[in-house]
Design a protein around this ligand. Structure first.
Ligand code: DX5
Ligand code: ZN
Length: 239
């Protein structure tokens, strides 16, 4: 039985001041909580934090944009007290413009919305920056890179989906991953490229060779009894 963790003593404000998306130039393994035990979320996050990751990927689903429902701002606000990791919040929701302030108030540091449901993406990015968050834009597998060509340079990170969003443990889509190459061409080296879906020690070398530097992995980490070993296996596959 693992020890129960206790909330961090420092105030949420102090924690937020420290938390920033790591500067581009490093490769980050970012565990996605979707395959974790949601009844023990704070403990699950503490375990991956002990592996030295800098970020945790929080999958937010509304049952409308995707056919699944997960967590929202109230859960993120509670988790904020227990973790010093950058909260990389992936909003798989139909109305991101309606909710971003609530996610920022809850303690999300980086907020990604989907281009498929953003009427004025440049305005959303601006609002996120004014809220003190970094901004991400996400592309579904069937969405062409052209859809983000103009606004990608305004973001802090571009997220390329390599599965259809909604569920963990799906098969990696090699054709979708190829879009990373074009995304990297557009944004250059100073903006992060995140990849999400089917990332493990087999697919990691492929997406890194395309130019991804932020590797989201759910099933490859949380389905394993030893999460730290699983994170290290992905790190070892980065060439
Ligand atoms: C899927 C989510 C992913 C998911 C990835 O819609 O956005 O973050 O957790 O899971 P794996 O790594 O299992 O494909
Ligand atoms: Zn995700």
């Amino acid at each position: 039985m693992k020890n129960k963790i206790v909330p961090d003593a420092s105030s949420t404000k102090n924690i937020m001041a420290k938390l920033r998306l790591p500067k581009a130039g490093t490769i980050e393994v970012v565990p996605s909580i979707l395959s974790s035990d949601f009844a023990r979320l704070a403990d699950e996050i503490a375990e991956i934090e002990s592996a030295g990751v800098n970020m945790v990927h929080l999958d937010v689903m509304d049952g409308n944009f995707v056919p699944n429902i997960t967590i929202g701002p109230p859960v993120i606000a509670k988790l904020r007290k227990y973790s010093n990791l950058v909260f990389d919040s992936h909003l798989m929701i139909s109305q991101p413009a309606k909710y971003i302030e609530r996610f920022a108030d809850a303690g999300a540091n980086h907020i990604t919305f989907h281009i498929e449901v953003a009427d004025h993406p440049e305005k959303l990015i601006d609002r996120l920056h004014k809220l003190g968050c970094t901004a991400g834009i996400c592309l579904n597998p069937e969405t062409p890179v052209e859809a983000i060509e103009k606004i990608a340079p305004l973001c802090d990170m571009v997220l390329v989906m390599t599965v259809h969003p909604g569920f963990g443990a799906q098969e990696f889509m090699p054709e979708a991953a190829k879009k990373i190459v074009r995304v990297r061409e557009i944004i250059g080296p100073d903006i992060r490229v995140e990849v999400d879906g089917g990332i493990d020690s087999q697919t990691t070398p492929i997406v890194v060779s395309y130019g991804a530097d932020t590797l989201v992995a759910g099933n490859a980490i949380f389905a394993k009894p030893d999460r730290i070993a699983a994170i290290n296996a992905i790190r070892a596959a980065i060439k």
